[in-house]
Design a protein around this ligand. Sequence first.
Ligand SMILES: C[S@@+](CC[C@H](N)C(=O)[O-])C[C@H]1O[C@@H](n2cnc3c(N)ncnc32)[C@H](O)[C@@H]1O
Length: 205
Amino acid sequence: MGWYDDHILPHCITLACNTRPVRLQREKIVPQATGDVLEIGFGGGPNLPYYDRRNIRKVWGLEPAAAMRKLAEAPIAASGIDVELIGLPGEEIPLDAASIDTVLVTYTLCTIGDVAATLAGMRRVLRPGGRLLFCEHGSAPDPGVRHWQDKLNSGWGRITGGCNMNRDIPYIIETAGFSIIEDNRMYIPGLRILSYNFWGAAVIR
Ligand SMILES: C[S@@+](CC[C@H](N)C(=O)[O-])C[C@H]1O[C@@H](n2cnc3c(N)ncnc32)[C@H](O)[C@@H]1O
């Protein structure tokens, strides 16, 4: 972790993930969380205002970046939600098997290094009947847009802490042994190479 990653990047990510179109996406998915929740890639806590507090018991927030966890402290305190921050990556979920009702992941599957291991961990901790809620950006359906996503992906990753703009999110989720039971996708307002969104719910197959 260099100075840029510690001092500049967390604020850039927080700003980029707080545009109005992104906030509207959060509104669609986060309130569906119930019970014991595991949020992967908690960031600075941008989802906290969208939880339906009547339906959740506790949130475990997995966030490997210390700078992001620091940014999350004030929003957690203000939220009144019981949040336990865990300084580990998604590849190392430390919770018991079948202990979680909802896994929530927003704008993070693009960045995780070993996404297959992370999804395997999500499957392990979900209770029978539990759901994976996701809202992510990724691979666009238009060949012209996809061409530029593929071309710019590695440079983009270098300045964004490893974000990929061209991941096929539903394919990744399904390949990991989930069935997507609610499947939504569209461009949200913004740069087309970054704004094709996938959101919905998946269950263990
Ligand atoms: C673009 S931000 C999204 C943050 C938040 N989920 C949101 O919706 O705005 C991606 C987050 O994933 C975190 N991250 C990076 N690698 C990760 C990993 N291997 N496991 C879990 N989170 C990771 C980053 O530190 C960052 O906080």
